[in-house]
Each structure stands twice: as structure tokens, then as C-alpha cells.
Design a protein around this ligand. Structure first.
Ligand code: SF4
Ligand code: SF4
Length: 83
């Protein structure tokens, strides 16, 4: 079974296959710009592996858990997350 989200394809085990225009991209761990983050928590629900928590009013990403899917990047209203 496959889930289709924003051009990404991943299977039920979250083994990611990145597909876009038939090319394969390697992505990177997401990082948060703490100065820009306003702590709105919008990114928390976008993460399929619960890698994001809010600590002291700022988003924190567990790099060991992050599977580099990119969902949180587009989910941040102030563009505080990048890869
Ligand atoms: S890139 Fe994906 S897996 Fe990593 S923190 Fe963002 S939503 Fe979660
Ligand atoms: S969505 Fe953006 S501003 Fe909101 S908590 Fe996450 S990183 Fe911070």
C-alpha cells in the first residue's frame, strides 16, 4: 500500500522513495531556524514519524527519527524549516 503526498511516495514502513518528474532525489534532515520559529505547532502534525516536538516554544526535530520526507518544510507558515 502506498501513500501519495506532495509528490513523495512512501510505503507502509516509511521506506521513502522520492519521485518527482521521474527523477530520484536524495534529501536531508530537516532543521529549524529557532529565531524564525514562532512555536505555532503546525509542523508537528505534518510529520509521519512524530520527529517534531515543541520545546520551550520552539520546534525541535529529532534527527535520528527524521526520515527526510519534507512534509514539515512546506507546512511551516513562516518558513522556519529547511532541509
Ligand atoms: S522532514 Fe519529514 S520526517 Fe523529517 S521532521 Fe520533517 S516531516 Fe518529520
Ligand atoms: S510550523 Fe514553523 S513556526 Fe510553527 S512550530 Fe513548526 S517550525 Fe515553528
Amino acid at each position: 500500500m502506498y501513500n501519495l503526498t506532495r509528490g513523495l511516495v512512501y510505503n507502509a514502513n516509511y521506506s521513502i522513495i522520492y519521485l518527482f518528474d521521474k527523477e530520484v532525489f536524495l534529501m536531508a534532515k530537516a532543521i529549524v531556524d529557532k529565531e524564525t520559529c514562532v512555536g505555532c505547532e503546525a509542523c508537528v502534525g505534518t510529520c509521519p514519524v512524530e520527529a517534531i516536538t515543541i520545546d520551550s516554544g520552539k520546534a525541535n526535530i529529532n534527527a535520528d527519527t527524521c526520515i527526510e520526507c519534507g512534509s514539515c518544510v512546506s507546512g511551516c507558515p513562516v518558513s522556519a524549516i529547511s532541509q
